[in-house]
Write a protein that binds this ligand. Structure first.
Ligand SMILES: NC(=O)c1ccc[n+]([C@@H]2O[C@H](COP(=O)([O-])OP(=O)(O)OC[C@H]3O[C@@H](n4cnc5c(N)ncnc54)[C@H](OP(=O)(O)O)[C@@H]3O)[C@@H](O)[C@H]2O)c1
Length: 249
């Protein structure tokens, strides 16, 4: 599928998981992909054989991101870098709150502030935000993460309204459980993540999300694919929590 006349993409969080799969998929569709993440070795491996330009930097480093964006004109912007730490809200630290807000929300909004003037001036482009089902459904022990992803959800909806008079499209993707490194980081132990979340479960793969990105970006210019929720077939949300009195503290 030709991805319209888009030539250049920016993908954050490109060194693993969904971002790496999205980088590869966009490069395979002929785009030059500027791939941003902190792990230079992973980005270098991703760039082998593909039109991928690695940028080893921290997405929350405002001046480094500004310097990068001053030199490129991306048509497709995939804001995907994100982190999570599992735990009840009161068990997490203030630094956890600051760090997760800075990356999952602050870096996304600030990067948008930097790319939007160019996109609007050129009146073309596509913004893809990676949210989460946690941003729209309750998820115990993920209150902080859920709050950051809810911010992305509402930002995507408002940005879409803000840009409706332009040729700039906005898509948010809400993945359910995808087999990536985020779960090991979140639990602090990749093996525990494998045992608790992956062994015995049929989950999504990063390529499933990359295919959705390619679909949205490749849709005809008259089409804005707004929100895509993608879950493993056996994962669903909702239900009813009604703790028996005896279980209350
Ligand atoms: N996996 C799931 O089940 C799932 C479900 C819903 C939503 N999501 C969302 O999908 C997105 C991608 O996560 P993933 O599942 O693919 O996990 P992942 O493999 O851990 O990918 C996270 C990416 O973000 C990068 N990153 C982390 N901190 C960064 C920073 N400060 N600056 C720049 N890059 C940074 C990581 O690279 P470096 O460490 O090299 O910087 C990595 O490339 C996240 O926004 C996540 O919330 C994931």
């Amino acid at each position: 599928m030709a991805l319209n006349d888009y030539r250049v993409a920016l993908v954050t969080g490109a060194s693993s998981g969904i971002g790496a799969a999205a980088t590869t998929a966009l490069a395979e569709h002929g785009l030059t992909v500027h791939a941003l993440a902190r792990r230079a070795d992973r980005l270098a491996a991703l760039a082998e054989g593909h039109s991928v330009v690695p940028h080893a930097l921290d997405a929350t480093d405002d001046s480094a991101v500004a310097a990068l964006l001053a030199g490129i004109e991306p048509d497709v912007v995939v804001l995907n870098a994100g982190t999570s730490k599992a735990g009840a809200l009161h068990e997490l630290s203030a630094a956890d709150v600051d760090g997760q807000l800075a990356l999952n929300v602050g870096a996304v909004l600030k990067t948008l502030q930097r790319v939007l003037p160019g996109l609007i001036a050129r009146n073309r482009g596509h913004i893809v935000l990676i949210g989460s089902v946690a941003g729209v459904y309750p998820l115990a022990h993920s209150t902080l993460y859920a709050a950051t992803k809810a911010a992305i959800h509402t930002a995507a909806l408002s940005l879409r309204a803000e840009l409706a008079k332009t040729r700039i499209r906005v898509t948010e993707i809400l993945p359910g459980r995808v087999r990536t490194e985020i779960h090991g980081r979140s639990l602090g132990d990749p093996e525990e993540a494998r045992r608790r979340l992956f062994d015995g479960f049929e989950t999504l793969e990063p390529e499933d999300i990359a295919e959705a990105i390619v679909y949205a970006v490749g849709a005809p210019q008259r089409v804005n694919v707004g929100v895509i929720e993608i879950s493993p077939t056996h994962q669903a949300y909702g239900g009813n929590i009604f703790a028996p009195s005896a279980s209350q503290p």
